[in-house]
Design a protein around this ligand. Structure first.
Ligand code: BDR
Ligand code: CA
Length: 312
């Protein structure tokens, strides 16, 4: 069982990751969602996070809005992939339940300080700005953290926003730098694995065939989102990046990785936001990340479909 906070920038694949996580209350005790600017600006990511809670039938999960911009760099967004509202393929509306009061960073500091030692897992599905701000304000919060599980990074086949960088790290490399150094156990699910876990017509049809509202939402998102990624990367299916974090939390045995040393490049230039992942241990530096390089694609889609089936 994980006591879980999910930091997110929904984002089409974030919404799928959230629905997936909210469908597993026996394994994932979701305390709150914290939002950050990323795929779209903060007001939209915060609305979309509340929509995910509503669609999952869990509208009372508190959603705290956090950082509206990266630590240092100019903000970037990915509306070209996720649509202008951030959830391509589905209609959005203003959710009935408002945002929780207070800033996400204050929520993180307060909650992690009060938590028993090594008790809270933080899943991070967007730029890592909120945790970096919380660490700067209150470095002692690491005590309350059990593990960080991040969708971030790229090593073997290059990036998705530049030739070298993955979006979440490119969007705030300075925040990622602080997080990678914080000393809490970190698992990263980079493009190396998310580009191996791809949709197919049959996988989307199974989700749609569930016949519930959540299955239709996930299938509509994937039908709109996957073709763009397939076209851009010439892949046979679309990745569901952030949802691999949920799958990892629920069933880590679906994934294979290695504990290695990882740094992020925060110097402006071609390598800005790139992960240097020392897969072969060439530098002989201490491992700070469990870097996931492979996963069971069919196992992932079976687990996702099984969980989405439980939702309204
Ligand atoms: C990551 O970038 C975002 O566009 C997605 O939501 C995901 O978190 C993939 O690089
Ligand atoms: Ca995301």
């Amino acid at each position: 069982m994980h006591t879980l906070i999910i930091d997110t920038d929904p984002g089409a694949d974030d919404v799928i990751a959230l629905l997936f996580a909210l469908a597993a209350p026996e394994s994932l005790a979701v305390q709150a969602l914290t939002t950050v600017a990323g795929n779209v600006p903060l007001a939209k990511t915060s609305r979309n996070a509340r929509l995910a809670c509503e669609w999952a039938g869990r509208p009372k999960i508190p959603v705290y809005a956090g950082a509206d911009r990266p630590l240092q760099r100019t903000p970037i967004y990915a509306a070209n992939i996720h649509g202008s509202e951030g959830i391509t393929g589905v209609k959005v509306h203003e959710p009935a339940v408002p945002l929780a009061e207070g800033h996400a960073v204050d929520y993180l500091v307060r909650t992690l300080r009060a938590a028993p030692e090594k008790s809270v897992t933080l899943a991070m599905l967007g730029p890592q700005t909120n945790l970096a701000l919380a660490l700067e304000q209150a470095p002692d919060i690491v005590r309350g953290l059990r593990e960080l599980v991040l969708m971030a990074g790229a090593h073997f086949n290059g990036g998705n926003i530049t030739p070298t960088a993955e979006f979440n790290l490119f969007a705030d490399p300075h925040a990622a730098e602080a997080v990678l150094k914080c000393g809490v156990p970190i698992t990263m699910l980079p493009l190396d694995v998310t580009h191996k876990i791809l949709t197919s017509d049959e996988r989307i049809a199974r989700l749609r065939g569930l016949g519930n509202k959540a299955g239709t939402i996930v299938a509509d998102i994937l039908d709109a989102y996957a073709p763009q990624e397939m076209k851009h990367y010439q892949m046979p299916g679309g990745p569901v990046h952030d949802a691999t974090v949920t799958a990892y939390l629920l069933r880590p045995s679906l994934f294979q990785g290695r504990r290695i040393h990882v740094e992020v490049d925060s110097r402006e230039g071609m390598g800005f936001g790139q992960t240097a992942a020392d897969w072969h241990g060439s530098l002989n530096r201490p491992a700070n990340v469990n870097w996931i390089a492979d996963g069971d694609a069919q196992g992932f889609f079976d687990l996702l479909t099984e969980h989405i089936a439980r939702l309204p």
